[in-house]
Write a protein that binds this ligand. Structure first.
Ligand code: URA
Length: 208
């Protein structure tokens, strides 16, 4: 069985990890995470910490994990509500999955300025929140959307084309890594990433 391979912890990452691990429930974790200042640049430029969406009716059937909030998510405080989110919702519906039964999270909870890729220390500092979220949700099936998310679970050398299309067991969870909806938008409706993302979501639906 593979184990999670997070980036090395710095002091702030260690503090986040300890704080998150002590949170007894989702509400407590969300409250503390919303005042996180572990990444000074992100804390200074964000409007909201986007903690994530969880189903109201209990344990999620699956957990979808993107990279980091974009502009609309930063404004609203909710994950995947901009253009990528609209396409994700459409593809989930086409695959027969209900977003309302899924938890929707990100690797990094604050918007990186200009939507740049999160830096390695930012991923490391935010990892404590995500680890505790996965524990609290008792997540059994995870869909990692895009390379940052895939690398968090499967390691830094991960290549999406090599790992997509099948589940990987990580810490007792079935982790599916696939393309990010933004790649599907970039390559267009007839592009390979959209088809692969839909095929992967459909395969996941078949396992639930
Ligand atoms: N892209 C992501 O990775 N996450 C979001 O919440 C929105 C866009």
């Amino acid at each position: 069985m593979a184990a999670l391979r997070p980036p090395p912890l710095d002091a702030a990452a260690g503090q986040v990890a300890r704080t998150a691990a002590a949170a007894p429930d989702w509400g407590t974790l969300a409250g503390v995470a919303r005042s996180c200042v572990a990444c000074p640049e992100l804390a200074a430029t964000r409007q909201h910490v986007v903690v994530g969406d969880v189903p109201t009716g209990g344990r999620p059937r699956l957990v979808l994990i993107g990279e980091a909030p974009g502009a609309t998510e930063d404004e609203t405080g909710r994950p995947f509500v901009g253009r990528s989110g609209a396409l994700l919702d459409q593809l989930l519906a086409e695959a027969g999955l209900d977003r309302g039964q899924a938890a929707v999270l990100n690797i990094v909870k604050c918007r990186p300025p200009g939507n740049r890729t999160p830096k390695t220390p930012e991923v490391a500092r935010c990892s404590g929140w995500l680890r505790r979220q996965l524990e609290l949700l008792d997540a059994r099936v995870v869909v990692a959307l895009g390379l940052s998310s895939a690398k968090w679970f499967l390691g830094p050398r991960t290549k999406l084309a090599e790992v997509r299309g099948r589940p990987h067991e990580v810490d007792g969870r079935a982790v599916w890594a696939t393309y990010h909806p933004s790649a599907a938008i970039r390559f267009g409706p007839n592009g390979a990433p959209r088809a692969a993302l839909l095929a992967d979501l459909t395969a996941v639906a078949g396992t639930l």
